[in-house]
Ligand binder design. Structure first.
Ligand code: ADP
Ligand code: MG
Length: 718
């Protein structure tokens, strides 16, 4: 394809060598395609001219006026120095103001020429003015109608003389070239028809210069679909190939350890959800392909037992299991829990973390290598090269979001055949993220809590109710219960945060005189933190004042109150995680969200959601809608493996579902899109496969290469 779209941007009239460098550096535009896909972030209404006389009120939108410049003058001194142009449309005068490049603008616009100026008028001392308006010579043959795109212009671009108008003109110039008509549709014909999409050329025209809102909408939808379709195609292709190519150990039996534990020493009966999930895991592990499963289960839903029983399945087939946690505290807690269970059936478990003594460490390495150790529990320390397994059969990763893709990959390389991988998370993952960021994993859900839990009562309280909250704490302390008080820790201003935590600690000690209080934050040395945690876990401390370090950590069933200070500064998912620390025993527990009375209505609405529901999925969906997927706990830490330009995972769930359908249908109909034989993969079952022409197949491969050459480094995991 000797493509018009691949033309170097520097050959576009008005660009040239120098400016093309700026475009490439600032907005990644190297060729015509890149610029055509540099979409406006919003559109303005240019469908009519306003007269200056009709302007009234303070809050006017950006609008356009046709007329002449009367005069220019420099006003002000120093940083206030500005160029003021008087502009008349025959009805009245309006001021136009420039704060930089004064000389340039003063010489640019001629009296007597008819111009169209565009911008947002502001009212000051009864005079309207527009700062840095867009100015165009009025062309009566081409009256500005319809909508116009507004483009992001970086500071550097601005300094080099780029404006929204420059970009718009450049795009216009590409569109007006004969080559534009040679652009070929990059979505298959049948996909276009099945999903009623706007064709590429029409869509490009309408996303930049729509003549009405409806066409603009259709154009945006098309590009969202296009973007998500190729993303899904890529993810699904990757996971299908991996499914077929990467052999997994076929576990053939449920053996003595499992049966013995299950029948004789398991301390409770599994919930229906735990049972179902275990069946899904077993089905994966016995089929001879590598398991890649994501297990979602709300805090307290009993994932640890699932991890243990999964490990027993591996052990009974002659393999070892590794369980990896994000923090020492969590690893220790898993070790305490699991070794108690394992002891009853003689299964050997060890703990390996950064603080494991050297002598102990040697022994562990040895027993892992000779196979006498069955389960190793630990932190990142498990990833060290020195850690070698005899036969690693399954890796369980708890709280996945603390581990990146690269770390998962490293773990996998420890066996000669890739071990099965079970990723567990308590952060419920919104559907759209599950289909994208985690789109290469199969998903299991524990949607049921063990019986005998009393739901946590959530209260939203303002500072004025401090006494009421203190009284609640007093009464719970009297019953022998323990209390968490959590302060936000936000990186931008660590010092201040730490100070509010210290003040909070002081206040707590002063208010609850004689009650032992411990104190934990992320900046403490690990040993000190461990010591403080231990005070609370053992019950020696009755109140814990802490930052969010306790979020994914401890399990203290005797704790019944969780007070969260400055709750407005937390994300909903984070609040939900924190709340999950209480309500672990049979007693009534409370989660108190302390907010500022003066918080905005948006904040109050957020906190109200917490009081209304304990459904982690609802909460995470709401959280994503309000904050966007980039901010979601989990994606923030591992980083999104791709950048979306037009589509928005928080808003475009419906388009995503369609795009995924389309991608599946295309994969089902076209074996040649993948390099492996997929006859054994699940694509066979897909209804309505879409069969592409050879040309479309080539086009699809071309697009995939184009889009994902740099962005998604899936090679890490394969
Ligand atoms: P999480 O999913 O948050 O990791 P845990 O595995 O820590 O949850 O389980 C929370 C608590 O529930 C633990 O005390 C655990 O022993 C208990 N538990 C787990 N499953 C059951 C069950 N089926 N019946 C009763 N209690 C259970
Ligand atoms: Mg857990």
């Amino acid at each position: 394809m000797p493509d018009f779209l691949d033309s170097d941007i520097k050959y576009l009239k008005g660009v040239g060598e120098e400016r093309s460098k700026t475009l490439a550096k600032e907005i990644g535009v190297a060729n015509f395609r890149d610029l055509l896909y540099y979409f406006p972030f919003r559109h303005v209404d240019r469908s009519r001219f306003y007269s200056i006389r009709e302007l009234s009120g303070e809050d006017l939108p950006a609008l356009q006026i046709k007329g002449h410049f009367i005069s220019f003058s420099q006003e002000g001194e120093g940083v206030r120095k500005r160029l003021v142009g008087l502009f008349s449309d025959g009805t009245k005068l309006i001021e136009t103001v420039w704060f930089n490049n004064l000389k340039y603008f003063a010489s640019q616009y001629k009296p007597g020429v008819e111009y169209v100026i565009f911008g947002k008028p502001t009212l000051f001392r009864n005079v309207y003015s527009i700062s840095h308006p867009e100015v165009e010579i009025y062309n009566p043959d081409k009256p500005p109608t319809g909508f116009r795109g507004v483009y992001t212009i970086t500071d550097l671009m601005r300094r080099k003389g780029f404006t929204v108008l420059t970009i718009r003109r450049l795009i216009e110039s590409i569109i007006s070239q004969p080559g534009f008509n040679t652009i070929e549709e990059n979505l298959p014909k049948e996909v276009m028809e099945r999903y009623h999409l706007m064709p590429i050329k029409e869509a490009l025209l309408n996303i930049h210069f729509p003549s009405n809102a409806e066409l603009l909408q259709k154009a945006i939808e098309r590009f969202k679909f296009e973007e998500l379709y190729y993303l899904e195609l890529n993810i699904l292709r990757f996971s299908m190939e991996r499914n077929v190519r990467i052999k997994g150990y076929p576990f053939s039996k449920i053996g003595d350890n499992f049966n013995n534990f299950y029948k004789n020493s398991m301390p409770f009966n599994l919930t229906g959800a735990q049972m179902r999930v275990l069946k899904e895991i077993w089905a994966d592990m016995k089929r001879g392909r590598q398991m890649n499963r994501l297990l979602q289960g709300d805090v307290g839903s009993g994932k640890t037992m699932v991890a243990f029983l999964t490990s027993l399945m591996a052990i009974d087939n002659g393999f070892q299991a590794a369980i990896m946690a994000p923090t020492e505290i969590l690893a220790l807690q898993h070790f305490d829990t699991i070794s108690k269970w394992a002891d009853t059936i003689g299964v050997k478990v060890a703990l390996l973390t950064g603080s494991t003594r050297q002598s102990q460490r040697k022994k562990i390495h040895q027993s892992l290598e000779d196979g006498s150790l069955n389960i190793i529990i630990g932190t990142h320390a498990l990833l060290e090269d020195k850690v070698k397994f005899n036969r690693l059969g399954v890796v369980v990763i708890d709280e996945q979001h603390r581990f990146g893709v690269a770390q998962r990959a490293k773990m996998w390389n420890k066996g000669e055949v890739a071990p099965h991988v079970l990723v567990m998370t308590a952060t419920p993952i919104p559907r759209t993220l599950a289909m994208t960021v985690y789109g290469d994993l199969e998903v299991s859900v524990i949607d049921e809590l063990p019986p005998g839990r009393t739901p946590v009562t959530t209260l939203v309280r303002w500072d004025s109710s401090r006494v009421e909250v203190d009284n609640l704490i007093f009464s719970q302390l009297k019953k022998g219960r323990q209390i968490y008080i959590v302060y936000p820790l936000i990186q931008e201003n660590e010092k201040l945060d730490l100070k509010s935590l210290q003040l909070g600690y002081q206040r707590t000690c002063d208010t609850f005189v004689g009650v032992p209080v411990c104190y934990v934050h992320g900046k403490m040395r690990p040993e000190e933190k461990e010591k403080q945690m231990e005070l609370f876990v053992s019950g020696k401390a009755r109140i814990m004042v802490a930052t969010t370090v306790i979020e994914v950590g401890v399990n203290v069933p005797n704790a019944t109150v969780m007070v969260i200070e400055n709750a407005e500064r937390f994300g909903l998912s984070q609040l939900h995680q924190l709340r999950g620390r209480v309500g672990r025993g049979a007693d009534q527990s409370y989660c108190i969200l302390m907010g500022k009375q003066s918080s905005g209505s948006e904040t109050k609405k957020r906190l109200a959601i917490m009081a209304e529901t304990t459904d982690g999925f609802l909460i995470s969906e709401a959280d994503m809608k309000m904050r966007g997927p980039g901010d979601m706990e989990g994606t923030l830490q591992s980083g999104m493996p791709f950048n979306l330009k037009v589509a928005n995972l928080a808003k475009d769930g419906q388009i995503l579902t369609l795009a995924r359908d389309a991608a599946l249908s295309v994969l089902a109909g076209n074996q040649s899109l993948v390099s492996q034989d997929l006859s054994t993969a699940s694509v066979e079952k897909i209804q309505n496969p879409i069969i592409l022409s050879q040309k479309e197949i080539n086009f699809t491969k071309h697009e995939l290469r184009l889009r994902f050459a740099h962005e998604v480094d899936w090679s890490l995991i394969s």
